[in-house]
Design a protein around this ligand. Sequence first.
Ligand SMILES: Cc1cc2nc3c(=O)[nH]c(=O)nc-3n(C[C@H](O)[C@H](O)[C@H](O)COP(=O)(O)OP(=O)(O)OC[C@H]3O[C@@H](n4cnc5c(N)ncnc54)[C@H](O)[C@@H]3O)c2cc1C
Length: 417
Amino acid sequence: MSDRYGFWRLLREGLRGHTGWGPAWRDPEPKAEYDVIIIGGGGHGLATAYYLAKVHGITNVAVLEKGYLGGGNVGRNTTIVRSNYLHTGNELFYEKSLQLWEGLSGDLDYNVMFSPRSIINCFHTDGQRDAEARRGNQMILHGADAVLLDKEGVRREAPLIDVDNPRFPIYGGLMQKRAGTARHDAVAWGFARGADKRGVDLIQNCEVTGIDVEDGRVTGVQTSRGPIKAKKIGMAVAGNTSRVGALAGLRLPIESHVLQAFVSEGIKPMLHNVITFGAGHFYISQSDKGGLVFGASLDGYNTYAQRGNLPLIEHVMEAGVSFVPAMSKVRLLRSWGGVMDMSPDGSPIIDKTPIEGLYLNAGWCYGGFKATPGSGWCFSHLIADKPTHHIAQMRLDRFKTGRVIDELGAGAQHNLH
Ligand SMILES: Cc1cc2nc3c(=O)[nH]c(=O)nc-3n(C[C@H](O)[C@H](O)[C@H](O)COP(=O)(O)OP(=O)(O)OC[C@H]3O[C@@H](n4cnc5c(N)ncnc54)[C@H](O)[C@@H]3O)c2cc1C
């Protein structure tokens, strides 16, 4: 019997009480040595292992995860997928990632529920309109799609937004139609299953506690399940980047901050797109289960705790009700937090480190979910010694040279991105 997740398989299992499904991946013991070790079983680590095996034929690979697969930020985010960036350093990469999203369910044979329902970034001043028009033009120049909406366009596309009597007048919005949402857990599970099927060992409950370096080159790792040797090691540990980097004696330009998200009780469909507020940090969409999913900015202090504080919750609710007044009638179900790997310019790093054989994937700030396939694709190319042009500017040394990708124009300050 095929282990594909197709219609006929579903029908067959449905008729026999779903008794024929096996585990989606194995639970192997770690081997003594691998060609490549990926530290971190989040979206980026799993996607990297998948593409290493699928695209480059490198299958003697282990993903080491200190907890369970998908228990980090990949399972904690608000699932927005888009490629609406201004600077080439980001836009090239995120557009590649969006293109991978568009075929991902078929490629993985796993329904990641990618839903291209569009994103609209609202603007509220003439100056903001100019900035959004410039951003839209840049997107189009890089092969992405963008439409500049006026006020009536926003009313037509997102009827829920109060455009007639809002606290902050709405002049229009920049829309990317191909943007949308996906099911976060499914993305982690789909990449895990795809990597496992191609021979990658996914080792859970295996914390990396040391990185062995001899004569400037990595030789392996120390873990809670014993030492493992490796020729190459990729770090994809998001909010724990500084801590894991320190195991190899690296001082990396990453700060850890908490970011919160919120979901309301389930209600009937009322919001068809992802919309963002331009007069404060706030964005919202509606999940397939009916909950309003929304969030805003960082809590603003360094932490490794996966929970936030009340002042930010109050701030988010204020911004939300200013933008979408109907929200005030909905009950909040729960909120949670994740630890973000903030880089000084708000843009990621996919690069080699000064230690031979040690590779870095970090700095995803609060936008790394949409990057998942693109990040895995590009990181696997780098590790396989076939770097792609999509990451040409995502270099670690840009913070020394000053050639930063300053998307927000906020300078080199982690908590402002
Ligand atoms: C509230 C919130 C909302 C967000 N919203 C969005 C959004 O709408 N769109 C978007 O694009 N992005 C969003 N993000 C960001 C996105 O989730 C992250 O940037 C992305 O998931 C990070 O990459 P990852 O999936 O590999 O990280 P993680 O899933 O965090 O994976 C890293 C893994 O490394 C493991 N690890 C750490 N240290 C070790 C060690 N020593 N040994 C072994 N394993 C280790 C961790 O346990 C973890 O599982 C959001 C994040 C949060 C928290």
